[in-house]
Design a protein around this ligand. Sequence first.
Ligand SMILES: *[C@@H]1O[C@H](CO)[C@@H](O)[C@H](O)[C@H]1NC(C)=O
Ligand SMILES: *[C@@H]1O[C@H](CO)[C@@H](O)[C@H](O)[C@H]1NC(C)=O
Ligand SMILES: *[C@@H]1O[C@H](CO)[C@@H](O)[C@H](O)[C@H]1NC(C)=O
Ligand SMILES: *[C@@H]1O[C@H](CO)[C@@H](O)[C@H](O)[C@H]1NC(C)=O
Ligand SMILES: *[C@@H]1O[C@H](CO)[C@@H](O)[C@H](O)[C@H]1NC(C)=O
Ligand SMILES: *[C@@H]1O[C@H](CO)[C@@H](O)[C@H](O)[C@H]1NC(C)=O
Ligand SMILES: *[C@@H]1O[C@H](CO)[C@@H](O)[C@H](O)[C@H]1NC(C)=O
Ligand SMILES: *[C@@H]1O[C@H](CO)[C@@H](O)[C@H](O)[C@H]1NC(C)=O
Length: 505
Amino acid sequence: MGSREPFCWIILFCLVLSCFLVQTHGKTKEQGLFLPYKSTLKPHSGVDTRPFYASLLEGLQRLNGTNVHIPQEGSKEKDKIGRLPGQPPVKFSQYGGYVTVADKAAGRAFFYYLVEADHPAKKTLPLLLWLNGGPGCSSMAYGAMQELGPFRVRSDGKTLFRNRYAWNHVANVLFLESPAGVGYSYSNTSSDYSKNGDRRTAADNYVFLVNWLDRFPEYKNRSFYISGESYAGHYVPQLAHTILHFNQKANKTIVNLKGIIIGNAVINDETDERGMYDFFATHALISDRDASQIQKYCDFSPNASNQTSECSTASGAANRDISNLDIYNIYAPLCSSSNLTAKPKKASILNFDPCSDYYVYAYMNRPDVQEALHANVTKLSHDWQPCSDIIEVWTDAPSTIIPLLQEFMANGLRVWVFSGDTDGRVPVTSTKYSLNKMKLPVKTKWHPWYLRGEVGGYTEVYKGDITLTTVRGAGHQVPSFQPARALSLIKHFLAGTPLPDTSKY
Ligand SMILES: *[C@@H]1O[C@H](CO)[C@@H](O)[C@H](O)[C@H]1NC(C)=O
Ligand SMILES: *[C@@H]1O[C@H](CO)[C@@H](O)[C@H](O)[C@H]1NC(C)=O
Ligand SMILES: *[C@@H]1O[C@H](CO)[C@@H](O)[C@H](O)[C@H]1NC(C)=O
Ligand SMILES: *[C@@H]1O[C@H](CO)[C@@H](O)[C@H](O)[C@H]1NC(C)=O
Ligand SMILES: *[C@@H]1O[C@H](CO)[C@@H](O)[C@H](O)[C@H]1NC(C)=O
Ligand SMILES: *[C@@H]1O[C@H](CO)[C@@H](O)[C@H](O)[C@H]1NC(C)=O
Ligand SMILES: *[C@@H]1O[C@H](CO)[C@@H](O)[C@H](O)[C@H]1NC(C)=O
Ligand SMILES: *[C@@H]1O[C@H](CO)[C@@H](O)[C@H](O)[C@H]1NC(C)=O
């Protein structure tokens, strides 16, 4: 089915092939780690890598206040989910449906899934938006069904079990499939699928949010946070920037944004790439000689076009060395069979099943599931995929989002950057190098943080305020691999309290 992509494709500048790449997990084993993306995606031929400020403004020009609110077909009542097929009973409410993000002429609609808080104080708990990356990967596939959502899919592909570490213990959680072409989100204008990029995604996400709040007005005044992982390291700051832009323009709070949190996030291409090879070397995956050749001979700058033969040789050897690992969690087992099982295997939240992508694929493509979710109402011609095959072009991607993080600090937003420390794709070394680029003074020195007497990870807080935190023993999808630590992390983030520096916690 070609759909086993554990997080998404990530656009990455690949030294060996020097092409825009898409990272797909399932294909990893069959075709090697670095898959060249479709030939239309070349990084230095037409992809707009200007800083986001410059390029975003063009995207926002079509949003002038009068055309942000779009006539909608959906309603809160119609979107209420009775019960998902195979779902255990729960006390919280769920909603799913479409929000139209572009007028009838274009016909773009984004699918959302709201999981209200499993908490008596749900009416005052914050609203937390979650975005997966890719670009092209679905927040239903990963966030909702394999990471922080209330349920996980069993190996039969049709029944669900509870995730006792779901983030809706501390927030009302909104999952969004974005942009058009991802998951159930679609456009009636098929050429839209080749016009996706960071700019349009930010604008459409903003239109989604404003119209979603019209449908759920009880959340309009609620504290709002945006979270995400991987390529959502672009989406989350860009949406936050868009919100600030329109709040400032209107001189009032249209969206009550309080902070953002991003994990194993694409932040700054140059340091992200450099840090990846350093992680491989310091985790004994590649040779020291190849590592030092790569650092010496490869050009990691955003405009690099040609690499030296020394660089190509060393990075080629490095890529071979890692090609049979799950690069998203270097110590994890691989999935050995994509088959569903007639009887569900014994499942545990604490022991992530590496074949989960297949179970989720089967579940999300069931007609009864789609009906319960109010998804795929227009009977799309393609199947639901964890990471989209429909999106073949990505038009713009700045090489860094650091200026946006600086903007948020200046505007008093809470910013947390976390990293699962066994991810090799956007590893902790990359995140540290990227944050170091900002040369921020330290407010709270590096220290372990604890959960139930064990080290949950390490954290450092910078003046500004930015919190960096690692999650020990977690791969790229942190809540999949360390659900309790991830829940503790989000709880502290939302409460605005520092991670505990005592093993008594
Ligand atoms: C806003 O944009 C719409 C459509 O692009 C246009 O018709 C309208 O005149 C614009 N309004 C303002 C105030 O710029
Ligand atoms: C897309 O087209 C279908 C079929 O005409 C229609 O029912 C649907 O409302 C359209 N979607 C949007 C967002 O306009
Ligand atoms: C929004 O929340 C603030 C502070 O919590 C409160 O003072 C204000 O009255 C609320 N506004 C509305 C419209 O509910
Ligand atoms: C913005 O709103 C505040 C009060 O909410 C007001 O004092 C201020 O003059 C306004 N600024 C502009 C530029 O309209
Ligand atoms: C990369 O290219 C862009 C546009 O051609 C240019 O504005 C920018 O300064 C260049 N960056 C570097 C690091 O050379
Ligand atoms: C890169 O290599 C191509 C072909 O070998 C050459 O035409 C081009 O000038 C080189 N570019 C740079 C920036 O060195
Ligand atoms: C998976 O299913 C296929 C087709 O039904 C079958 O041929 C294969 O043996 C199965 N693999 C495993 C590991 O059960
Ligand atoms: C939508 O429904 C059609 C018809 O049932 C199905 O063939 C298609 O795979 C579905 N697509 C998605 C994205 O759910």
